[in-house]
Design a protein around this ligand. Structure first.
Ligand code: SF4
Length: 345
């Protein structure tokens, strides 16, 4: 029998609509993310994430640079949401995450967001990739109700900075098929210094635990080897060990076990304001990356991907070209940063 995403049964039972209502209610005194601003976004207030009621879609396209078992041959249908709940000085998507005044021009209706999901399905994407979805979680679920009614059958990938509310994640249980959190800092003071968020370690760890509770350690793939359900934890290695990579890997092993799927990323480069930021103003060194990979193997992790070390010089999105921020889609399958499965060489 053909695989179907979990949200289809929630849609058929009416539960998906009920979840949308419960999530939307949280916007009235916004508690959608751990900043808990309390602003009435339904009335048009904008707070820390510079986002009110309607979603902002800065770009959407099929993207061929995700992990191989997500990308497949037809790519992930990524929807890049404007603005963000974090303020990373090195943000590689800073053109859409920080330019909140210009991003207002990319406000779309809920109906349009649903159409975008269906367009990406019609183009042949293997999944819908929700990139920086946190601050628009209610609007996404509302759009999903519309898209499901019109035949959306693709799994949803929740591609997040992991600064997520557990309460919101619980309402996404059975809606999100694939969680793709980028676990950043293990030390709170570094999270505040470089991304202006408080308690990043505790907040992100609680969020990832909840994601794991929902989908478990085992990643489900289809007959083509494409991921259809599960948790993939990304970790971007930062220069001068600002991401506390060893501590993060030890936490994952101890909290979730070493059978979870990881994606270790080397693509850091000093984007946005990082070139003027001490300790972040360079790409990572080979020795730094190799130390992280040594810990990875010492911990016994076996599932996932390791990005090629050279990725820091090849992965440079350009959102001044909103239609193709990663270059020509037909060429990006070969220009995307390469990754290979965990293997001790
Ligand atoms: S989603 Fe935005 S408005 Fe709501 S709590 Fe987070 S930062 Fe504040």
């Amino acid at each position: 029998m053909a695989w179907t995403p979990a949200y289809r049964s929630l849609y058929e039972s009416g539960e998906l609509g009920d979840r949308a209502v419960r999530l939307e209610a949280m916007l009235a005194a916004c508690t959608i993310c751990p900043h808990v601003c309390g602003n009435n976004r339904i009335a048009g207030d904008i707070a820390r994430c510079h986002s009110a009621w309607l979603p902002i879609v800065s770009s959407y396209c099929r993207h061929f640079g995700e992990e191989p078992a997500l990308t497949g041959t037809h790519g992930v249908g990524n929807i890049f949401f404007g603005n963000c709940t974090m303020r990373c000085v090195y943000c590689q998507n800073f053109e859409i995450s920080t330019q909140w005044k210009t991003e207002q021009a990319n406000t779309v209706s809920i109906e349009r967001l649903a159409e975008i999901m269906l367009e990406l399905q019609a183009e042949g994407a293997h999944a819908i990739g929700l990139v920086s979805p946190t601050h628009f979680a209610p609007q996404i679920v509302r759009a999903l109700v519309l898209a499901a009614a019109r035949g959306l059958m693709l799994p949803l990938i929740y591609n997040t900075n992991a600064y997520d509310s557990v309460d919101v994640l619980r309402l996404l249980d059975g809606i999100v098929d694939i969680y793709l959190p980028d676990l950043k800092y293990a030390e709170n003071d570094l999270g505040y210094r470089y991304s202006k968020v408080r308690s990043y370690a505790e907040v992100s760890h609680a969020a990832v635990r909840e994601m794991h509770r929902q989908v478990g350690s085992t990643v489900t793939t289809d007959e083509h080897g494409l991921v259809r359900r599960g948790l993939i934890i990304r970790h971007l290695v930062l220069p001068n060990d600002i991401a506390s990579s060893k501590e993060q890997l030890l936490w994952i092993r101890d909290a979730l076990g070493n059978q979870v799927t990881l994606s270790i990323m080397a693509q850091y480069y000093p984007a946005h304001r990082a070139a003027q930021t001490e300790l972040l103003d360079r790409v990572i060194r080979l020795g730094e990356y190799e130390r992280v990979l040594d810990v990875l193997h010492e911990c016994g992790f076996e599932n996932g991907w390791i990005q090629d070390f050279e990725s820091g010089t090849s992965y440079r999105p350009d959102f001044s070209n909103r239609a193709e921020p990663f270059g020509d889609a037909s060429a990006s399958a070969v220009s995307a940063p390469a990754a290979h499965n965990f293997q001790r060489e």
